[in-house]
Design a protein around this ligand. Structure first.
Ligand SMILES: *Cc1c(COP(=O)(O)O)cnc(C)c1O
Length: 360
């Protein structure tokens, strides 16, 4: 049995070294006589795991002290509702940038709670571009500005952080967090489901500036209230203990690799290699505008879509799996998060060249 190169958009590959460590610690963690899965979340062993994970994330991302880090459940999708419930305060309108399938879902949910001002909309070009800063129609009275820096399905990534003139900027970083260094202080809040670039599913990370806490609307369920989670160290109820532990191992692994600068260098190289094959031939194409091309999710098409099935079948034979594009976009999509080794991308590149020369 061999591990394959899995290009799934999520849940996605985890670093092999992390899973080997988890395997070693599976039955008994560090002399505790029990598995992490069996620990009380309030016991000293688990508290040490949880605290260390947060410290390591803070260190890796250089998170300023005036931000809380929350380890929640419910996926990024729950955040689509938690954001308006917690952040509208006494305002009744929020700005949303509509740049893809995930933005659309966030917008649909926000509309239950407030007036949504669509400050940018790239649906007209099938979500293949990034709106420019100058084109954003921001409302200075908005409670916040929400956007999706990396649209996982379309493979479109912002090449800048929007300037919002003091209105808190909220970012769904589910598929780009930890892919490179970012300036956290530019954001009011960052959130991400774990299953792309952090760890196993079941955990959602929220990084939120202190001054945004405590304004939740009256009807907000306790479990949806950031302030309650912050006051309780993300242990108002039982957190996703094992996913939190696994995320902690991933943060340690990132530190061992040299931190986010090192991750960024590898990620850029991996993405460049793939886009070079796509651009270097008439056989492959990318639907995405060059300045908006994602480092993490690389959609590509074949000149003749009749060959898609043969391409995917040949890939599977070579241990390159889950390359089929999202049903809404078609073609292929290679998700190449931090845990995808560069050799995986090299193997895909070699296969693409071989397939082209056999068919082209
Ligand atoms: C995967 C994804 C989501 C949904 O995450 P869940 O954890 O399944 O709710 C939301 N936004 C983006 C950008 C994603 O990639």
């Amino acid at each position: 049995m061999a591990r394959k190169f899995n290009f799934s958009a999520g849940p996605a590959m985890l670093p092999t070294a992390v899973m080997e460590r988890a395997q070693q610690e599976m039955l008994e963690w560090n002399g505790s006589g029990m598995s992490v899965m069996e620990m009380s979340h309030r016991g000293k062993e688990y508290m040490s795991i949880a605290t260390k994970a947060e410290q390591n994330l803070r260190e890796v991302m250089s998170i300023p002290d005036n931000y809380k880090v929350l380890f929640l459940q419910g996926g990024a999708s729950s955040q689509f509702a938690m954001i308006p419930l917690n952040l509208l305060g006494d305002k009744d309108s929020a700005d949303y940038l509509n740049t893809g399938m995930w933005s659309k879902k966030a917008i649909a949910e926000a509309k239950r709670y407030c007036t949504v001002n669509i400050a940018a909309d790239t649906s007209g070009d099938s979500f293949t571009t990034v709106p420019t800063q100058e084109s954003l129609k921001l409302n200075p009275d908005a409670a916040y500005v929400h956007y999706t820096p990396n649209e996982t399905i379309g493979g479109v990534e912002f090449d800048y952080i929007p300037e919002t003139g003091g209105v808190p900027l909220i970012a769904d970083m589910s598929s780009t967090i930890l892919s490179r260094p970012i300036d956290v202080s530019r954001f009011g809040m960052i959130y991400a489901g774990a299953q792309k670039n952090i760890g196993p599913a079941g955990l959602t990370i929220v990084i939120i500036r202190d001054d945004l806490l405590g304004n939740a609307s009256e009807q907000t369920p306790a479990m949806f209230n950031y302030a309650i989670h912050a006051e309780n160290g993300s242990m108002y109820n039982t957190p996703a203990t094992y996913s939190w532990y696994m995320a902690g191992l991933v943060f340690e692994w990132i530190k061992e690799q040299g931190g986010l600068d090192a991750m960024a260098a590898v990620n850029k190289r991996k993405a460049d290699k793939l886009y070079a094959v796509i651009d270097g031939s008439n056989f492959y194409g990318s639907p995405v505008a060059v300045n908006g091309r994602s480092w993490m999710n690389v959609p590509f098409t074949l000149a003749d879509s009749e060959l898609d099935g043969a391409f995917l079948a040949g890939a599977v034979e070579r241990g390159l799996i889950t390359l089929k594009g999202h049903r809404s976009v078609g073609g292929m999509r290679a998700s190449i998060y931090n845990a995808m080794p560069e050799e995986g991308v090299d193997a895909l590149v070699a296969y693409m060249q071989e397939f082209e020369s056999n068919q082209g």
